[in-house]
Design a protein around this ligand. Structure first.
Ligand code: NAP
Ligand code: GLV
Length: 314
């Protein structure tokens, strides 16, 4: 029997917890599924499925064999100084999570491509006014991050005909995507990007990467979509670039402090569209299947897929 504890599920709603229990037990009725804080003796716990754990919490299970993090980004987890680093830490790579993010990216890229914020402003003024809209092939979209999420979004943007580029840490190739990498190619990537989409992990190398210098490297009138982490953006620099019109509009899903404090300038900024960290959400139906595969691998003595590289921090 493997004992699995769900720690701070992504949705703490009883229905979501029941869904996790149902999917796991349907695959392996032998799983003893417990929900924090009703863990029973801590030494009995073999695996933790965790999300937004508090520092030190995951160090309390002396016989832990793996941690399954129920999100793609592990920046929060890696801040835990007592994190048990000797067990595999598996991040969530899940077709449901990927599909959700691609929908979000497509929605906001299309909205900017089709100049919807300008038409919204005309509507508020009762103005019947047409604007030119270029063909997608003449709209340059740039993705920061060409990992699991970046690749899927890039492929669908290519399908729609956009001129897509991407920027990653290491060199990459992808059909119909202009690939840039490393610090030395960042400015060239930004200089050709009219709609910037951030899908990077938050690490010391990427913190504050959307700042006065990088925003200035985008062409005038560019739009920014940040669906990665709030820490990627220097908030005051973004507001300044919007205020002087260099950046036309920004869509923000993630914030340095969440929930976004009521007094924050982003809430009321006319050129900002914001959503409350919902770009893509962990859904038990698909995420549980990925976790089950990971559990099977660990129990068979194999390294599961998508183990976090603790050196790289993602
Ligand atoms: P991933 O597969 O690990 O991909 C990360 C990409 O970023 C890779 O292409 C990587 O380059 C690149 N990268 C990392 N550090 C870099 C650097 N210093 N310079 C340039 N490129 C760098 O991650 P993912 O699964 O696509 O997820 C990306 C992020 O999305 C997560 O970390 C999370 O924060 C965020 N997210 C947000 C939501 C939401 O609802 N808002 C939902 C899910 C995920 P290499 O390929 O060369 O390593
Ligand atoms: C959500 O933000 C995730 O990292 O999965």
């Amino acid at each position: 029997v493997s004992v699995v504890v769900l720690y701070n599920g992504p949705g703490d709603a009883p229905a979501e917890i029941d869904a996790w229990r149902g999917y796991l037990k349907a695959c392996d009725p032998g799983i003893d599924f417990r929900v924090w804080p009703d863990t029973g003796p801590l030494a009995e716990i073999d695996y933790c499925l965790a999300w937004m754990s508090k520092p030190g919490d995951l160090a309390r299970y002396p016989n832990l064999k793996a941690i399954f993090w129920l999100g793609a980004g592990v920046d929060h987890l890696l801040k835990d100084r007592e994190l048990p680093r000797h067990v595999p830490i598996v991040r969530l790579v899940d077709p449901g999570l990927t599909a959700g993010m691609t929908e979000y990216v497509l929605q906001h890229v299309l909205r900017y491509h089709l100049r919807q914020p300008e038409f919204d402003a005309f509507q508020r003024q009762g103005l019947w006014r047409k604007l030119d809209i270029p063909l997608a092939k003449d709209r340059r979209v740039g993705l920061m991050g060409l990992g699991v999420l970046g690749r899927d979004a890039a492929a669908k943007l290519v399908d729609l005909g956009f001129a897509v580029a991407a920027w990653s840490a290491s060199p990459k190739t992808m059909a119909d995507v202009a690939c840039f990498h490393g610090d030395e190619q960042l400015m060239a990537f930004l200089g050709r990007t009219e709609i910037l989409v951030c899908l990077l992990p938050l690490t010391p190398a990427t913190a504050g990467i959307i700042n006065a210098r990088t925003l200035a490297a985008l062409p005038r009138g560019a739009c920014v979509i940040n669906a990665a982490r709030g820490g990627h953006v220097v908030d005051a620099d973004l507001v300044a670039a919007l205020d002087r019109g260099h950046i036309a509009h920004a869509t923000l899903d993630v914030f340095t402090e969440e929930p976004l404090p009521v007094e924050h300038a982003f809430w009321r900024h006319p050129q900002i569209t914001l959503t409350p960290h919902v770009a893509s959400q962990t859904i038990a139906e698909t995420a549980s299947q990925v976790v089950i595969e990971g559990l099977k691998a660990v129990r068979a003595g194999r390294l599961p897929a998508n183990v976090v590289d603790l050196q790289k921090g993602y």
